[in-house]
Design a protein around this ligand. Sequence first.
Ligand code: CA
Length: 419
Amino acid sequence: MKSFIDVAPDSHFPIQNLPFGVFKPRDIVSRAPRVGVAIGDYVVDLSVLEEKGHFRLPEFKDRQVFSEDSLNAFLALGRPAWRKTREVLQNLLAADTPALRDDSALRSRVFHAQKDVAMQLPARIGDYTDFYSSYHHAHNVGTMLRGPENALMPNWKWLPVAYHGRASSIVVSGADVRRPQGQTKPPDAVEPVFGPSKSFDYELEMAFLIGPGNALGQPVPIGRAVDHIFGMVLMNDWSARDIQAWEYQPLGPFLAKNFCTSISPWVVTLDALEPFRKTLPPQDPEPLPYLRMANDFTIDIHLEAQLQTEKLSEPHVITRTNFQNLYWSISQQLAHHTVNGCNLQPGDLLASGTISGPTEDSRGCMLELTWRGANPLKLPNGEMRKWLEDGDALAITGWCEGEGYRVGFGEVSGRIVPA
Ligand code: CA
């Protein structure tokens, strides 16, 4: 499969990918946000193709969905419409299809250089849940808090542990992240103190976006879970460890997490990720029946976090991990989330939790990399880091490696500004 648009071999956005996002052309102020897909260095404006009638298809139920400022209406249509859109686009963008290739007037309206657009949040996110599904992350953090014998709570291998996060503070990649202030209690202090967090951290995560929801009281059986999953993004769950340590018991994370969560703008569809599926490894103990399914899968996605300080000459990779390091699958997460009748809605975001692997360089946050500050990171220019500092920028990137092409996620980045 090849497009008439030139795509570099290491580009994240070949014709095999076609991730969806919401963008605003920068040049003309009055232009409203609309839906696009990325190919190479370009964005394809789907609202123009929709206006031209390319999506007047039964799967769209007479809905116009691409001139909206979010993907929500498209998400609600479900996989038949998603697949049809992908098919229409792969055909229109193919090297040997003249319809768009040879129509220069239409081309000038449809294609925008990515550098000339401002990416928006892809969806109106109604609800956001953060799981805790990496065994190595849970084990490392548990070891720090309770020692290696009691590292995992007794429930951890029986159900995908999660907490409800805050959707209002989810921002798109590129937005600055303000260091939060709050209460902390130094170990030797009698009373808590108030001030800027002193242990600011990132968490390398991925998240999936819900398509059609389920009715309240109607659980989604695990075998149907993927029908409700549109696609995936990269996520950074910024965390203030000192605020977290003082506030989290007994109800879990609150102000340590909800000040900002960053996601990447391009949503890579499950259809584009299909060639990179891997069988989910056997789980021990075997989960309860509602969490079991034949051919459950994980996905081979290489993931990296890069730190750029104000003094480093180039970004330095501090985490190298893989989506396959998650113990629980996305189908299990979704089935568990709805098993009590909880309803999911189009645009809801369900995140993986920090994706740490078994090796030291695969740890997905500073808490683990520096073992709570005990072993500071030494950067190539001699700078040391226990935690992230003001002016540091953290970027997470990820891709699947195909034969001669990559299906990638672009990046999610943010720079820390003082409290
Ligand atoms: Ca998290």
